[in-house]
Design a protein around this ligand. Structure first.
Ligand SMILES: Nc1ncnc2c1ncn2[C@@H]1O[C@H](COP(=O)(O)OP(=O)(O)OP(=O)(O)O)[C@@H](O)[C@H]1O
Length: 455
């Protein structure tokens, strides 16, 4: 058996890991649900173990005393061998999953090879190639933006002109809005295409395909539909920062829209999953609601990140993180997954019982974006934010001594607050108010040297 690295339990705490079977997580997301996945496995009496190339990427591993095994997580044979070792050991292996977009297909394939419950790994992999996903959706009659792929900047410009500016350019495979940009004319398209096609690696250092997607810019408010199997759990409104980028700045759970919109969005998301051969466990489908109905922006074959599961639990009482872990371990769900709180008093679009917490049925997520680049000198007010009315979670994704950069992606979000309320407006107001209590101070920018930049 390979060496399992077990950090000391946090100071003053007892040994927390129960003596159940292993549950392997293949890498993790760095913010959001990764930590919750491990906690959910423990709550089920399982022993989470993180299979990772670099445990130091995830501060929660030490803070929560999570076991780790270091391996080349991009090597399917290495992952399979390690999971087979865990399965053959005395404790056994109950399941394999990943909270990271980049590893969901690999986790599913290894789980299937070991006879553990899993989604169709090939369908997941196809879905993660955005061009392939668009092709399958279009073939299935599901509304998608006009699109074309390009491997050369001139090809991207020709495609954009054929589609008609403005267009959205994005890597064929990616997440967190990295590299996604609105391009309003040929010059912007050429410049952004050159930049994307020059990238040798993604933000995890893995080589990337030198291919990008050019899409018609779809207009209309954005939503995500959170599903489990073939059931709509809830429809979420999504807020993004200023164009030409699309950094997520907040979410409202459930989306405060008429029931007819909720139903239309849910129906198109389910058609998309069917067209992609998905619909096992959790999925997170992003759509824009146009004048002519919902259009798919992206189907993600995994649980939503970005604290959406925390907000769903707070608003509706549905624990999607537990549901994902339970499904992958072949355990029954704790509560019925598959209901949504009525929006505007309307009936939920799918059957099932809600088990609301004290959230009053609504929750809002608000992110604090970095205002500028610089070295973080102080972080204050987190305790105040956590104690503020209606707040169920407040997190900071930076620390003194770290440098803040502006990347126009999820990495620009420095802090996050989730708050509940009696309605969407109250939840949003509470989350925003608590967010203002968090102060992240940056070193003053150096004074420009005399003469530099002057007239
Ligand atoms: N064709 C489009 N029309 C309008 N907006 C778009 C389009 N494509 C992408 N966007 C915007 O950019 C955001 C990110 O795009 P996309 O989901 O394709 O990238 P991603 O890297 O997978 O991001 P995420 O992980 O946040 O979903 C979308 O949520 C949406 O706001």
């Amino acid at each position: 058996m390979s060496a399992t690295r077990r950090p000391d339990p946090p100071d003053g705490s007892d040994e927390q890991t129960p003596n159940g079977a292993w549950f392997a997580f293949l890498e993790s997301n760095t913010t959001g649900t990764g930590r919750e996945f491990c906690a959910a496995a423990r709550a089920r009496g399982l022993r989470p173990v993180l299979l990772t190339r670099d445990p130091d990427r995830y501060p929660y591993v030490v803070e929560d005393g999570i076991d780790t095994q270091v391996l080349d997580s991009a090597d399917p044979v290495a992952v399979l061998d390690r999971c087979a070792e865990l399965a053959a050991g005395e404790a056994g292996l109950a399941g394999i999953a990943s909270s990271s977009e980049y590893f969901v297909a690999a986790a599913a394939r290894v789980a299937a090879k070991l006879g553990l419950p899993a989604a169709d790994g090939d369908a997941v992999a196809r879905c993660r190639d955005k061009e392939r996903q668009r092709e399958l959706l279009a073939a299935g009659g599901v509304p998608v933006p006009a699109f074309a792929s390009a491997e050369m900047p001139e090809e991207a410009v020709r495609a954009a002109e054929a589609i008609g500016h403005p267009v959205v350019l994005k890597p064929v495979s990616g997440s967190g809005s990295i590299g996604v940009r609105l391009c309003r004319d040929a010059a912007e398209t050429r410049a952004w295409a050159e930049r994307l096609l020059d990238r040798g690696t993604d933000e995890r250092g893995n080589p990337v395909t030198a291919r990008l997607l050019v899409e018609a810019a779809v207009r209309g408010p954005e939503f995500s539909v959170e599903t489990f199997d073939d059931t709509v759990v809830t429809v979420v409104a999504k807020h993004t920062g200023p164009e030409p980028y699309f950094v997520e700045t907040g979410h409202d759970v459930p989306a405060p829209v008429p029931a007819a919109d909720t139903a239309a969005l849910g129906a198109v998301a389910l058609r998309a999953l069917a067209a992609l051969g998905l619909g096992w466990g959790a999925a997170h489908t992003e759509l824009r609601l146009t004048d002519t109905g919902p259009v798919i922006i992206e189907v993600n074959p995994r649980l939503a990140g970005g604290m959406i599961p925390v907000a769903v639990r707070a608003a509706l009482g549905t624990d999607l993180v537990d549901a994902v872990v339970a499904r992958a371990a072949g355990l029954p769900p704790r509560t019925t997954v598959g209901a949504t709180a009525p929006a505007d008093g309307a009936a939920p679009p799918a059957g099932g019982a809600t088990d609301r917490t004290d959230g009053g049925g609504h929750a809002a997520i608000r992110f604090l974006p970095a205002a500028r680049e610089g070295l973080v000198t102080a972080v204050d007010g987190l305790a105040d934010a956590r104690a503020a009315g209606g707040v169920v979670a407040a997190t900071v994704a930076t620390a003194p001594g770290r440098t803040v950069g502006i990347t126009h992606s999820f990495q620009d979000r420095l802090a996050c607050v989730v708050a509940t309320g009696a309605d969407a407006a109250q939840a949003a107001q509470r989350a925003a108010a608590a967010g203002r209590l968090i102060r992240i101070e940056l070193e003053e920018p150096a004074e420009p040297e005399e003469g530099v930049g002057g007239r």
